[in-house]
Design a protein around this ligand. Structure first.
Ligand code: FES
Length: 169
C-alpha cells in the first residue's frame, strides 16, 4: 500500500489550516501539556497537506504552536525530512551512508542523475521526480536503499530502479 503524500500546489497566502486538517491539528495539540511541544507533529500535518513547508506555512505552524517564527524556521531547517522547497510527486531519497555506499549507492545515484537529468535537490521539469542524497535510512543490511515518499525500496540496482521508476507515474 502506498503512503505517498498528496503533493498539492501551495497557496502563497495560506493563513489557516483547512477544515479537513482541523481534527488532526487539535488531536496533535491534545497530546501535549503545552502547544509548543506539538511543533513536530504540526509540521508533519502541514507537509502532508501542502507537500512542503513554505514560509507562510511555517508561520502558520508558529502561530498554532505559539512559538516564535525563528524558532520554528530553525527546527524545520534542522530536520532533513522536512521539505523546504516544493518536491515532485515522487521524492526519491537515496541513502549515501557507508553501508549503502559500499553496496553501490554512489553508482546508483549517478545512474538516477543520468536517467532523470537532474542532480541532488532538483526536480524534473514535469514535476514527477525530486532526487536527493540522504543519510542513513535505517535499512543498512539491505542496501542500497531508497525512500520514495514514505515507501522503502531495498537491495536496489540499476535494473530494479529502472523498473521501479516505470511504475511511478
Ligand atoms: S547505511 Fe543506508 S540505510 Fe543505513
Amino acid at each position: 500500500m502506498s503512503h505517498a503524500p498528496a503533493v498539492t500546489a501551495i497557496d502563497p497566502e495560506v493563513r489557516d489550516w483547512p477544515a479537513s486538517r482541523r481534527v488532526e491539528v487539535d488531536e496533535a495539540l491534545s497530546h501535549y501539556p503545552n502547544r509548543r511541544s506539538a511543533v513536530l507533529p504540526l509540521m508533519w500535518i502541514a507537509q502532508r497537506e501542502w507537500g512542503w513547508l513554505s514560509p507562510p506555512v511555517l508561520r502558520l505552524v508558529a502561530r498554532t504552536a505559539e512559538l516564535p517564527e525563528p524558532e520554528v524556521f530553525g527546527i524545520a531547517t534542522f530536520y532533513t525530512m522536512f521539505n523546504l522547497r516544493p518536491v515532485g510527486r515522487h521524492h526519491l531519497q537515496v541513502c549515501m551512508t557507508i553501508s549503502c555506499s559500499l553496496m553501490g549507492a554512489d553508482r546508483l545515484f549517478r545512474h538516477l542523475e543520468r536517467k532523470l537529468g537532474i542532480g541532488h535537490g532538483e526536480t524534473t521539469p514535469d514535476g514527477r521526480f525530486t532526487l536527493r542524497r540522504v543519510e542513513c535510512l535505517a535499512a543498512c543490511g539491505r542496501g542500497p536503499c531508497m525512500q520514495v515518499n514514505f515507501d522503502y525500496h531495498e537491495n536496489l540496482d540499476e535494473a530494479r530502479v529502472d523498473a521501479l521508476l516505470e511504475t511511478l507515474t
